[in-house]
Design a protein around this ligand. Sequence first.
Ligand code: TRP
Length: 333
Amino acid sequence: MMEQKGVMLSGIQPSGELTLGSYLGAIKNWAERADQFDCYYFMADMHTITVRQNPADLRRRTVSQLAAYIACGLDPERNTLFIQSHVPAHAQLGWILDCYTMFGELSRMTQFKSKSAAHAENINAGLFTYPCLMAADILLYQADYVPVGEDQKQHCELTRDIAERFNAIYGPVFKVPEPYIPKMGARVMSLTSPENKMSKSDQDPNGCVYLLEDPAVIAKKFKRAVTDSEACVRFDPVNKPGISNLMQIYAATTGRSFEAIEAEFAGQGYGAFKTAVGDSVVEMCRPIREETERLLKDKGYLESVYRAGAEKAGRIANKTLRKVYKKVGFVAP
Ligand code: TRP
């Protein structure tokens, strides 16, 4: 008999270009997991429209994100890569879970509070019920682990609560998933305000580095990174958040330890250090960018990947959805 592998699933919204933070904190680690887990990774385009999008940009970024996933080492033969809106079961289960989630629970979501403050002109119902769609994304695949950043932990906990509530009424329908927050590189911070996570929604364009960005621009952003006045490369996230963030990034790109990095730059100013970090990021991104560009020229290949991905994902998702339909009392179609 074949050994049952655990299921791992995660999604990233194509709401902007992929950032260095999403690569080091997430995608890079995903690529190493295909041996151990049955892995599903998707472009969360349905989540993205909770904030108004330019349609052409959304389409372009969705495909570009898929190309970048592959260029980052996610082999489509060994991982199921798909576009969320291609698998209707997400919307179908999302609606059902809306009916098993409380208004009060959704009101407590910190991301809803911050996003409704940031988009006061468009506090739509989708923004509010978004965690139910995310729960559907996860529960459809009976996922064991959901690798996410700190900011998504609350949504994962709500997913567990929804799954437990549903199971308590109808019996064991859903696997109750665990969040999976990797220790290393889990949180790359903004280069200009290192107290905050590096984010594509950062107001300051110099705070965020994009994976596919022009090398000269990347280098410049690192040269401008906020540091402190001590002039000593030393790991101390509380008192030296800027330098510590750069050290984390350098450790992730070169595999060096903090001690080795401190020794390498002992007695030097920050200039040399910032240049070295920038160069290491440029060199890490170069092959990813080149491969993404190559893949983007091969539309036929990318189409074949997302079609096969949606077909496989749909098969698994529909199995769960059928069970749920039956449990809640829908007549079999
Ligand atoms: N909400 C996640 C984010 O904004 C993206 C996402 C959507 C997701 N569905 C998911 C992540 C399911 C993990 C699992 O970052």
